[in-house]
Write a protein that binds this ligand. Structure first.
Ligand code: ADP
Ligand code: MG
Length: 443
């Protein structure tokens, strides 16, 4: 009886799972890899899906099968495994290929403009470089290589460049696509023996942007193709803009000549955000949504959710949605309540042990000096910095922090925090130390 029920609903459930996959992986990944999958049916408790070719089947198996399985289980826990077969009869893929021949460029998010980008210390270089590239017709640095951790605004800046050019120089041809999509298109072109058409698409482009290029590291033939496309465009003085999660030299699985070539232009990194920038982004966001959120709440979020901007925005969206749904005002209490799991995840990031270890390493003192009663300045100062970081990066109370530092009194901790805050203003180098330590700890 159970089985019949399962069969009947499988289509609907698969549709639900697809929605979740779209949400999790975003449009580019979804349309390249997940949407082409089709539902075959159920064999006992195993959900069978079909991919249009071997390559895609293997790729999906390696990258998305687990997540697909988890989602299926979450909508119906009668399902056990997922199996993916290859069905070369599937025509969907061919249809997509026809459509996409029109334009290879991915669609642009209308919110990702320069106007909506908040500039702070951590992203000012990347922002200035992006603006320069967007505004000048001459190629000044080629390529522009933007890199930084996840959710820090790389894609936002690339879309902003594309929007700006579209608006001010509509005659210029701009292609923006993820490296994943580049690879997918290339593989497909190989399969349809259509690599000429593939290359043709890039020939007349004025600005080419490839997002998340780390994705093609290790994929030799795609890398080779990318290298050719890249070289051809740079040689013709067309602007190329690349993003990645690491600097060119740190990209693993990338050929050396490629790494070196990627670093020839301007390499601009985006650092993790600081508190002021996070607050600025939240403020801009609530202004644009035209809603009222108490500044205490914004400060709390900016303080607590330091991992990346995407998570920060997600948190704000969640509390706003919650307040609209239940019809209650947004307060610090409801915020803490609604975001409990997220806050815990952010807290878990740094422990007092990690802080003590990092700070000791950084200042070249012994870890045991963090607990020792010694008061020599060369040791006391690092210890104070570590206490300060424990206060701002963890949710530990002053007495708890004191205990961790050799059983010191909470007033000592309070004094240390004050002292460091003063020093951060009066001594530039301390401010920089703290910035750097935070960055290392928060990653
Ligand atoms: P990345 O590509 O580096 O992973 P995204 O560009 O997708 O990150 O940014 C994640 C989210 O954070 C997006 O919604 C983006 O608009 C937002 N965001 C990131 N940095 C900023 C910023 N400086 N100002 C405004 N929004 C930002
Ligand atoms: Mg991105």
């Amino acid at each position: 009886m159970k089985v019949a029920h399962v069969q009947k609903n499988l289509q609907d459930e698969w549709a639900q799972v697809k929605e979740q996959l779209l949400r999790e992986y975003g449009q580019a990944t979804y349309s390249s890899w997940l949407d082409p999958l089709s539902l075959v049916g159920l064999q006992e408790d195993c959900v069978v899906l079909a991919a249009p070719n071997d390559f895609m089947r293997d790729w999906v198996l390696n990258h998305y099968a687990q997540s697909i399985g988890n989602y299926l289980k979450s909508v119906n826990d009668n399902y056990g495994r997922v199996s993916i077969i290859c069905d070369s009869q599937l025509t969907k893929d061919v249809e997509i290929a026809e459509e996409e021949r029109e334009s290879i460029s991915a669609s642009l998010d209308p919110r990702f403009t320069f106007e909506n980008f908040v500039v702070g210390k951590s992203n000012e270089l990347a922002h200035a470089a992006a603006r320069k590239v967007a505004e000048s017709k001459d190629v000044t640095f080629n390529p522009l290589f933007l890199y930084g951790g996840v959710g820090l605004g790389k894609t936002h800046l690339m879309h902003a460049i594309a929007w700006h050019i579209k608006k001010c120089h509509p005659e210029r041809k701009v292609i923006y696509l993820s490296a994943e999509k580049f690879m997918y298109q290339f593989i497909k072109a190989l399969r349809f023996k259509d690599t000429m058409a593939f290359k043709e698409q890039f020939r007349s482009v004025d600005v080419l942007m490839i997002d998340d290029v780390q994705f093609i590291s290790g994929k030799d033939s795609t890398q080779e193709e990318f290298f050719h496309t890249f070289n051809a465009l740079v040689d013709q003085n067309r602007q190329v803009i690349i993003s990645a999660d690491k600097s060119p030299s740190d990209l693993e699985g990338m050929e050396d000549r490629m790494k070196s070539r990627l670093g020839w232009g301007l390499v601009a990194d985006i650092h993790p955000t600081n508190y002021e920038l996070r607050l600025g982004i939240l403020q801009a966001k609530v202004d644009s949504m035209g809603i009222d959120v108490p500044s205490k709440v914004l400060e709390f979020l900016a303080h607590k959710i330091s991992s990346n901007v995407r998570e920060l925005e997600g948190a704000l969206t969640r509390i706003v949605a919650h307040s609209t749904l239940v019809g209650r005002d947004i307060t610090l209490e409801t915020t803490q309540d609604v975001l409990r799991d997220l806050l815990r995840a952010n807290d878990r990031r740094v422990t007092m042990d990690e802080i003590q270890k990092k700070v000791a390493e950084y200042y070249n003192v012994r870890l045991s000096d963090m607990h020792s009663p010694r008061r020599a300045r060369a040791i006391a100062r690092p210890r104070q910095v570590a206490m300060y970081l424990c206060k701002v990066l963890t949710q530990r109370s002053l007495p708890e922090i004191g205990r961790k530092f050799g059983g010191r009194d909470h007033t000592t901790v309070m004094h240390a925090v004050k002292k460091v805050e003063e020093l951060m203003i009066s001594e530039k180098s301390i401010g920089e130390d703290i910035d750097l330590l935070r960055r290392m700890l928060e990653n």
